[in-house]
Write a protein that binds this ligand. Structure first.
Ligand code: ATP
Ligand code: MG
Length: 568
């Protein structure tokens, strides 16, 4: 491909609304353009990358014996009512009506549709196991679309669904998919961890996520190198603390704290550490308008754990300031003293003595508060996120914490959908048996962003070879003036293509420096520069995007040079 025929519109400036580096670089390199919140067009360079990611995924799914299908994006409400998710899924499900006023939704995932296929197509145990997969568009009306294609509303997912006669076969199918996923992410050149995960809105019993390690990741993962445990922090249960509560030594006093509405501000205003403060969160209840959750000031609420508590509404919803006032308190100054509503206290806030908490009055806190003496100790629960140094659930050491980007998740669903939707086959005795299911997702578009998060420098993207939009960029110097350069460029282009490389020739009339900057920004792994000076010695200049070194190599052997430098 000649760049004169591929309009690229690279940007020098960092786009103001792009917070993470992958989003910035995808816009700057012209891979994507924003249409509206969470909606992106993939331009030619970006689409090429996406194709390569899809190809690797498809090859490995096929190798694992999965069968490709293609299901509609628009799905009838009836199927979602059968599975009971029409009500349970919440506002992320974009619901639409057709001209006959019938209800439909845009598929955020395809368990219902595929289970409908399976119950119609699969009749006998002899046909099992079957794994259907597709690569296609999903729509989720995300509350906070951000980071470009990383958390979009419309995105591409590879989703697979396996059907089995019994649990043993499901476990084997899950194992095969887990291996296929490892091959996929290895081939994509990503550094990742497999972690235990919450099953969320999809459901099922066991689940694991594939997390690409990156500081910008939205997920927090906890792991222990000594005992091999790795889990999304959402699911890490903590043992009770073994510290006794000291006896009270202060009396409870009201203190004025004007405008001090956060734990950090409070701690510095009063000169006490955050771990001596009590944090109060008010969430919506199922039996009551609100439930109070108390945590140590330096700890963070774990939403998955909180949602499991009796009386707490799912999805976890914080009260708005007006609702806090209706309970007789003030946002930023909430505390347990005099707040008569159902409550839970995190087990690590139980040993607090002489603590600081909100006084349910604007600009006031209490100091020297003690459980039992000043306020009744509520029901104790495990409410907080694990932090570095907490004991590992694996039992072998302490946890470390890292951030990750969830690029894939696999689930043992069991019979959640097959039972609700009556998906059965006849077993060897001729009796109907409810099928066991697994499901397996990969965020195809998110993988592209994750790859950039792990592979870039200050000049731009550094594509791993297997997913680069082109393998090689050929930059001729003075092609319009030198017949020799023009001829050598065309010959090199043909030779590279014959050797199986996808080459891009920068035949634009711009200065060399401009072209080098673009080549670095769009991240083509191998660069070849053709100039009169080199040609006089039968050579060209070779540079890998990953290395600062420039080498002069014989023009004849350029394909071999690149083949030797390729990774993956
Ligand atoms: P998340 O926790 O990030 O919202 P999820 O657990 O809801 O994701 P799954 O239902 O497991 O997502 O979907 C499978 C894969 O699809 C995820 O592992 C992720 O890589 C990708 N994905 C999910 N939501 C989005 C999104 N809004 N934009 C881009 N990719 C997404
Ligand atoms: Mg997931």
């Amino acid at each position: 491909m000649y760049l004169s025929k591929l309009p690229i519109n690279t940007l020098k400036e960092v786009p103001a609304d792009a917070e993470v580096v992958s989003h910035q670089l995808m816009l700057r390199a012209g891979l994507i353009r924003r249409l509206a919140s969470g909606l992106y067009t993939w331009l030619p360079l970006g689409r090429r990358v996406l194709h390569k990611v899809e190809r690797i995924i498809r090859e490995e799914m096929d190798r694992a014996g999965a069968l490709e299908i293609s299901m509609p994006v628009v799905q009838p409400a009836e199927l979602w009512q059968e599975s009971t998710r029409w009500d349970a899924y919440g506002p992320e499900l974009l619901r639409i009506k057709d001209r006959h006023q019938r209800d439909f939704c845009l598929g955020p995932t395809h368990e219902e549709v595929v289970t409908d296929i399976a119950r119609n197509e699969l009749k006998s145990y002899r046909q099992l196991p079957v794994n259907y997969y597709q690569i296609g568009t999903k729509f989720r009306d995300e509350i906070r679309p951000r980071f470009g294609v990383m958390r979009a509303r419309e995105f591409v997912m590879k989703d697979a669904y396996s059907f089995h006669l019994d649990e043993e076969s499901l476990l084997e199918g899950y194992r095969v998919m887990r291996e296929a996923y490892k091959r996929i992410f290895d081939r994509l050149g990503l550094e990742y961890r497999i972690v235990q995960a919450d099953t969320g809105a999809i459901g099922g019993s066991r689940s694991e996520e594939f997390q690409v390690l990156a500081a910008s990741g939205e997920d927090v993962i906890a792991y222990c190198d000594e005992d091999g445990f790795a889990g999304n922090v959402e699911i890490v249960d903590l043992p009770p603390p073994n510290t006794p509560r000291p006896a009270p030594s202060e009396s409870m006093t009201l203190v004025e704290t004007p405008g001090v509405g956060s734990i950090e501000a409070l701690a510095s205003f009063l000169g006490v550490p955050p771990e001596k403060c009590l944090k109060t969160l008010l969430v919506r209840g199922t039996e009551s308008p609100a439930v109070a959750l108390y945590l140590r000031g330096d700890h963070e609420l774990n939403a998955v754990k909180a949602q499991r508590l009796p009386g707490v509404a799912t999805p976890l919803t914080m009260l708005r300031p007006a609702e806090v006032e209706a309970l007789g308190s003030v946002a930023g100054f909430i505390g347990p003293v005099g707040l008569d509503i159902p409550a839970y206290v995190d087990q690590y806030a139980v040993p607090l003595a002489d603590f600081v908490c909100g006084a349910n009055r604007a600009d006031y806190h209490y100091r020297g508060v003690n459980w039992d003496r000043d306020v009744k100790l509520p029901e104790v629960a495990d409410l907080r996120n694990a932090v570095a140094g907490d004991p590992s659930p694996g039992g072998g050491g302490k946890l470390s914490i890292a951030r990750g980007i969830e690029v894939g998740q696999i689930f043992q669903l069991g019979d959640k959908y097959s039972r609700a939707m009556g998906a059965t086959v006849l077993d060897a005795e001729g009796k109907p048996r409810i099928m066991q299911m697994g499901c397996y997702g990969i965020g195809v578009t998110r993988v592209v962003a994750a790859a950039i998060e792990q592979n870039h420098d200050e000049r731009g993207i550094i594509w791993p070879d297997p997913i680069a939009p082109f393998d090689v960029i050929v930059i001729p110097i003075n092609m319009d003036k030198s017949e020799q350069v023009r001829k050598a460029t065309e010959e090199t282009y043909a030779k590279l293509r014959d050797a199986g490389f996808e080459a891009l020739v920068d035949d634009r009339p711009q200065r060399p420096g401009f072209k080098f900057a673009d080549a670095d920004l769009i991240g083509i792994p191998h660069r070849v520069v053709i100039s009169d000076k080199g040609l006089d010695e039968g050579r060209c200049e070779y540079k890998s995007r990953r290395s600062p070194d420039v080498e002069m190599v014989p023009l004849d052997s350029i394909s071999e040079v690149i083949a030797a430098r390729r990774r993956g």
